[in-house]
Design a protein around this ligand. Structure first.
Ligand SMILES: [Zn+2]
Length: 439
C-alpha cells in the first residue's frame, strides 16, 4: 500500500457511499439557514445552560501541511493568525506513524495511535479477525475500532453540542456519542461551501449552536504525494488552503462570538528516495497477513523466523520484535501493530510484496510520510491558533500533538479524562494559564 491516506480508489468508493448514505439517511431536522449539504443531524438535545456560556473552538486540519510551508511558501493568512495568537515556528510533532488517520485521531483523543486504536490507515485486528481500512465505510463508521473519547464525544457527554465537517472518527459512534452534526466524507464537496456550513452552524440559535467544530481539507497532502513537497503544484495548493483559512477567519470574526480558531496539520511530507523496497526479497512471508508495512505472523515460530531474516537485511529499515520497539515511538503494545515491526530509516517506500510476475508496477509516489518524526524532521506538522482565550504574539517550541487534547478541552471549559497529553505543555499560551478554576 502506498503512503496515500485517501487513495483514488478510496475517494471513488466514498463518493459512491455518500450517494447511498444520502438516500438512506433522512436527517432528523434539515438545516434551514445553511447551504444544501448532506449534513446528518443527531439530536443530542440542546446545549446545557453552562455550555451556552462556554467559548467556541473551530479546529481546522490542512492535510500534509508541512511545518515549514507557511514561511517557505508565504502563507500570509496562517502567518497572520500566528502573529495575532500563537504558532509553532519549529513545527508540531506528529505521533508515530506520521499518517493521516492515526494523527487526526491522536489530536482529538490525546492518545498515541497504539492507545487510540488507529495504528495505521489500514491494519488487521487478530482479536476481531477483521481489517480496518479507510476505504471501508462499514469499518469507518463502526465505533468499536476506535478507543478514547474524541473531543466531540467529550463535549456531547458534558451537555455541549459539536459539529464535524469531516474528521477521522467523526462518522462513528464513539464513547456513546456522535457529533450533533456531521457529514460522510466526500472530498468533492466545495471548499467554500464547507466554510459556509461552519458559519451557518454558528448562526444557529444558542441552544442548538455547536461550540466545538472541526473542518478538514485534504490539500496540500494530495499534491505533496503527486509532485513532491518542493513542487510548484504543492506550493499552489498550500496557498489555496491558506486563502481558505483567511476566508474562514473573516467569517468567524464577523460572528462576534468568542471563538478560538486552531489550525493544525496531521504530518509533513518528504521526497521519496529510490524505488520500492519489497520485504519479501529478504524474508519468506508465506503464512503472514500483511497490511502496508505491518506484518502479522500466524505463530511465534513464524514471527521469530521473519524477524531474524529482516533484522540485518537492509540499511533502509529496522526490524524489531514488537515488545522491543523503542519506547519513544509508543508502538510496542498493541496487537494491531503486528510482529515483527518494521520502521523505515529514511524516505523509503516499503511494502511486503511486489506485484505478481507480469503485472504492472507503478513507481512509488514522489512524496511520502509515515516516518518517525524524530528521525525525519520533514514529518513535522503545523500549528497556529488565535482567539479570546489564547495569548497574543507567542511562539511555542515543537511539542507532541497528543498535548492538544487537554488544551482544546480547556478552551471549551470541558473536563478532560486522563490521556497521553498534558495541559502543562501549552499552558503558557493560555490567557488563564490553564487554571481550571479560572474557567
Ligand atoms: Zn498523505
Amino acid at each position: 500500500m502506498r503512503f496515500r491516506p485517501w487513495s483514488r480508489a478510496a475517494r471513488r468508493w466514498l463518493a459512491f457511499a455518500i450517494v447511498l448514505a444520502a438516500a438512506a439517511l433522512q436527517p432528523v431536522r434539515s438545516q434551514s439557514s445553511g447551504p444544501s449539504l448532506p449534513v446528518i443531524h443527531v439530536d443530542n438535545g440542546p446545549n446545557s445552560a453552562a455550555a451556552q456560556q462556554a467559548h467556541y473552538v473551530v479546529l481546522v486540519s490542512l492535510d500534509g501541511f508541512r511545518w515549514d510551508y507557511a514561511r517557505k511558501f508565504g502563507a500570509r493568512h496562517l502567518l497572520q493568525l500566528g502573529k495575532e495568537g500563537i504558532w509553532a515556528p519549529g513545527g508540531m510533532l506528529p505521533s508515530y506513524p506520521s499518517l493521516t488517520f492515526p494523527n487526526h485521531y491522536a489530536i482529538v483523543t490525546g492518545l498515541y495511535p497504539e492507545h487510540n486504536g488507529l495504528v495505521a490507515n489500514g491494519f488487521y485486528d487478530e482479536t476481531k479477525n477483521a481489517r480496518f481500512a479507510i476505504a471501508d465505510s462499514a469499518a469507518l463508521t463502526d465505533g468499536s475500532w476506535y478507543n478514547g473519547v474524541p473531543l466531540w464525544s467529550l463535549a456531547e457527554s458534558q451537555g455541549m453540542r459539536s459539529a464535524c465537517f469531516f474528521w477521522p472518527g467523526s462518522e462513528a459512534k464513539i464513547a456513546g456519542f456522535r457529533p450533533s452534526y456531521y457529514l460522510h466524507f466526500d472530498d468533492k464537496i466545495d471548499d467554500g461551501a464547507r466554510i459556509d456550513q461552519v458559519l451557518a452552524w454558528l448562526r444557529l440559535p444558542a441552544a442548538d449552536r455547536p461550540h466545538f467544530i472541526t473542518l478538514y481539507y485534504s490539500e496540500p497532502d494530495r499534491e505533496g504525494h503527486e509532485f513532491g513537497p518542493e513542487a510548484p503544484q504543492t506550493r499552489a495548493a498550500a496557498l489555496k488552503v491558506d486563502g481558505l483559512v483567511g476566508r474562514l477567519k473573516s467569517g468567524l470574526d464577523a460572528t462576534h462570538l468568542p471563538i478560538d480558531l486552531v489550525v493544525v496539520s496531521d504530518h509533513g511530507m518528504t521526497k521519496t528516495e529510490d524505488g520500492w523496497v519489497n520485504l519479501d526479497q529478504f524474508a519468506d512471508l508465506s503464512g503472514f497477513q500483511t497490511d502496508g508495512m505491518l506484518l502479522y505472523g500466524r505463530s511465534e515460530e513464524d514471527r521469530a523466523r521473519v524477524y531474524n531474516q529482516l533484522k540485518h537485511a537492509s540499511e533502509k529499515f529496522v526490524a524489531w520484535r514488537r515488545k522491543d520497539v523503542p519506547a519513544g515511538l509508543h508502538y510496542n503494545e498493541n496487537l494491531r501493530e503486528g510482529d515483527p515491526v518494521i520502521v523505515a530509516t529514511g524516505a523509503y517506500a516499503i511494502r511486503p510484496h511486489g506485484p505478481p510476475p507480469g503485472a504492472e508496477d507503478r513507481p512509488p509516489a514522489a512524496g511520502m510520510h509515515g516516518l518517525d518524526p524524530l528521525r525525519a524532521p520533514e514529518m513535522k506538522a503545523s500549528f497556529f491558533a488565535a482567539g479570546p482565550d489564547i495569548m497574543a504574539g507567542k511562539t511555542v517550541a515543537p511539542f507532541e500533538n497528543v498535548n492538544l487534547y487537554p488544551w482544546l478541552a480547556h478552551l471549551l471549559g470541558l473536563q478532560s479524562p486522563k490521556s497521553d497529553g498534558s495541559i502543562n505543555v501549552l499552558s503558557e499560551t493560555l490567557r488563564d494559564g490553564g487554571d481550571v478554576a479560572a474557567k
